[in-house]
Design a protein around this ligand. Structure first.
Ligand code: CMP
Length: 137
């Protein structure tokens, strides 16, 4: 069993897609073991995406991620990191495979509906950033 971290981003929350996205997640065999809706502060968004701070899209990304509520979640299952990345699809929805969350719902490369950890190591860091151990059930 592996855990990964997911954010349902402001564009998807705004369009009432949390249930649709979680249906795809659960159909892939992943369990949602923690979930909460919140507004990211500017500081949280800057720290969370600090790996991208030199990229030209960083300021716009932080502003987008704080533009409305997000749903932060922990997913658990066999090979959760790679399973979730597969069903999310490519970062750029124009390159995402048919049937993936981003192909179905993303509006743009920035407003791409979901985030998922890129490794098990980063999943642990991202989960700890948003959740206490006692919240994972
Ligand atoms: P995410 O998987 O959360 O990781 C970084 C985020 O930056 C990405 O999804 C997008 O929301 C955003 N982003 C905006 N522009 C780009 C870009 N050109 N390349 C990669 N990510 C981008």
């Amino acid at each position: 069993m592996e855990q990964t971290f997911s954010i349902i981003k402001p564009d998807a929350v705004k369009r009432n897609l949390i249930g649709h996205i979680n249906q795809i997640i659960e159909a892939a065999g992943l369990n949602v073991i923690a979930s909460k809706k919140m507004y990211l502060t500017k500081q949280q968004a800057e720290i969370f995406y600090s790996a991208h701070k030199e990229r030209p899209f960083f300021d716009s990304l932080v502003s987008y991620m704080t533009s409305g509520p997000v749903q932060v979640q922990v997913l658990e299952g066999g090979e959760a990191v790679s399973t979730y990345r597969k069903i999310m699809g490519a970062t750029n929805p124009e390159e995402a495979e048919e049937g993936t969350i981003r192909k179905l719902y993303a509006e743009s490369i920035e407003a791409n509906s979901v985030h998922g950890s890129d490794s098990s190591e980063n999943a642990k860091i991202e989960i700890n950033f948003f959740f206490a151990g006692s919240e994972l059930v």
